[in-house]
Design a protein around this ligand. Structure first.
Ligand code: HEM
Length: 184
């Protein structure tokens, strides 16, 4: 029988990577595109049900932080929710990135899926991206896609955020990925 969190069940817990995360982004301080190794700590706490009329969702309350090498302060953080609607197979990830970005990404998966992909696009009707005025002018996020793969005591993600940046004529692929292992 499927559990209440469906494909999100394998993400419940506390997770870390020692190293091995890779971020590709344009560094303003260095004036070039950098590939940066990072370590990460993720917490995913289950909750539910949340009812919208006849809809019943189960979710994970999550936060994550990433550090470059031995730096004290994280260079990237997120807070948000993952949500699962067992009746339709819809999966959602709503998150805030504290540089003035919100994302509601969505997709569909089977209850026992070990891999799933969620997408959002700027201006889309359903799964969309909000951003501040500065970013809209200078480094606007056109689309976001994440694929999660769940293993045994591990899970991994690959993300592609396509940015329209003043520095480049063509859309720029700001990519991230990591493998997390269970610590709790
Ligand atoms: C693991 C996840 C992520 C990491 C580690 C990360 C890291 C970074 C770094 C290092 C920068 C460069 C800052 C600078 O030097 O100016 C950056 C910029 C940026 N990121 Fe991310 N990022 C992540 C995810 C995302 C996602 C999911 C989005 C959008 C949905 C996003 C949108 C942006 C934007 C709009 C900028 C500003 C670019 C600019 O000012 O030119 N990032 N990020």
């Amino acid at each position: 029988m499927a559990n209440e969190w469906g494909p999100l069940e394998g993400l419940i817990g506390e997770w870390e990577s020692d190293k091995g995360g890779l971020d590709t982004s344009f560094s303003h301080s260095e004036g070039k595109v950098l590939g940066t190794d990072y370590r990460e700590k993720v917490t995913m706490k289950p909750f539910g049900p949340v009812d919208n009329g006849t809809q019943s969702l189960y979710g994970l309350d999550y936060k994550t932080a990433m550090w470059r090498h031995d730096e004290e302060n994280p260079f990237h953080t997120e807070v948000g929710y993952w949500l699962w609607d067992a009746a339709t197979g819809e999966l959602l990830r709503g998150m805030v990135i504290p540089r003035g970005i919100t994302v509601l990404a969505g997709g569909f998966a089977d209850a026992d899926a070990k891999e799933f992909t969620l997408k959002a696009a700027k201006g889309a009707d359903l799964y969309t991206i909000g951003e501040n005025q500065y970013l809209a002018k200078n480094a606007s996020t056109l689309s976001y896609e994440v694929t999660v793969t769940i293993g045994d005591g591990t899970w991994s993600y690959k993300e592609d955020s396509i940015l329209q940046m003043n520095e480049f004529p063509e859309p720029f692929h700001h990519t991230d990925g990591n493998i997390l292992r269970r610590v709790n």
